[in-house]
Design a protein around this ligand. Structure first.
Ligand code: A3P
Length: 314
């Protein structure tokens, strides 16, 4: 286990252990009508989130579960280290502080007191979440934090979520057909995929908000990383971008899964490609998804970014 990731890995290990002790009925809690895994998200923490004071130089990345949040998180952290040119001493100091303050890897994870403790973190903070804008604190918008919205085509997101759901004891196990129905009606952790995209679409024209798609990051990482760096005001050389691409490739991250995330790494890095949904969805499920996408997301800017016809129909 990498020493600097010890507190994150311990938190994830605890999540797996605690999840396996609960019955299916006990695993999820509800906050404002949306389900969350009870071992990591507490309603009182979600409520206390309103007290969190975002900063102008915060980087907030939000992605619906299974859209590649760990991947983009890794890229953002690497970019920040390279752009700011932290010395080894500074890097260690920041990590030590995060450990001492018990800062969890997602904004909504952990205890309600963490938001107060986060005030002690030096800038620039990189904050990762799966939340929709109505649950995020108002200060994220008022104080003009930079927000990256990560999206992935719904069929691959669903396929990835189904496998993850059944491998991680934090969630109640489901058959494929049960999970499909739950996903389509938003009765899964963090709620509806369609609501996530629709809600974030309302903010997509804000100058402090940008979108990143899993598929584009996969197909043209060089271009996408340069665009992200420009959005964040980072100046990176071609060599630095290349270095980040190599370190964040699926193969490398999967190989280093244990070091990055401990046991959880073995569960998270699965296939890492586009189109795996073709193995799972039946013809009628494909049609149901096509109709749902048409009804909720066709014509929205984020919906167009998903390139549904390319990634979900061929
Ligand atoms: P699959 O289950 O389709 O393989 P999240 O981090 O939001 O939970 O998303 C997990 C998904 O992102 C998984 O998809 C995982 O394999 C994929 N993923 C993780 N790291 C990746 C990387 N470096 N490149 C491409 N995909 C990655």
């Amino acid at each position: 286990m990498a020493k600097d990731r010890k507190h994150i890995i311990e938190f994830l290990d605890m999540m797996l252990i605690n999840g396996s002790k609960l019955s299916a009925e006990e695993k999820l809690c509800s906050y404002k009508g949306v389900l969350y895994p009870v071992t990591i998200c507490r309603p009182e923490t979600l409520q206390a989130l309103e007290t969190f004071e975002a900063r102008e130089d915060d980087v907030i990345m939000t992605g619906y579960p299974k859209c590649g949040t760990h991947w983009l998180e890794y890229i953002l952290n690497d970019m920040s280290v390279m752009a700011v040119k932290y010395t080894e001493v500074e890097k260690k100091k920041r990590i030590k502080l995060e450990r001492e303050l018990e800062i969890t890897s997602r904004l909504e994870f952990g205890d309600p007191g963490k938001f107060k403790r986060m005030e002690n973190l030096p800038s620039r903070r990189i904050i990762i979440t799966h939340l929709t804008p109505n649950i995020l604190p108002k200060s994220a918008f008022k104080n003009k934090a930079k927000i990256l919205v990560l999206i992935r085509n719904p069929k691959d997101t669903l396929a990835s979520f189904f496998h993850f759901n059944n491998k991680v004891p934090t969630f109640p196990t489901k058959t494929w057909d049960e999970f499909f129905t739950d996903f389509m009606s938003g009765k899964v952790s963090w709620g509806s995929y369609f609501d996530f995209v629709k809600e974030w679409d309302k903010y997509i024209d804000d100058e402090n908000v940008t979108s990143v798609t899993y598929e584009e990051l996969k197909e043209n990482p060089n271009l996408e990383m340069k665009r992200i760096a420009t959005f964040l005001g980072y100046s990176l050389t071609e060599d630095e971008i290349q270095n980040i691409i190599e370190k964040s490739s699926f193969k490398t991250m999967k190989q280093n899964g244990q070091e990055i995330l401990g046991t959880f790494g073995d569960l998270l890095f699965r296939k890492g490609f586009v189109g795996d949904w073709k193995m799972l969805l039946s013809e009628s499920q494909n049609q149901e998804m096509d109709r749902k996408f048409e009804e909720h997301l066709t014509g929205t800017k984020l919906g167009e970014r998903i390139k549904y016809d390319i990634y979900c129909k061929t």
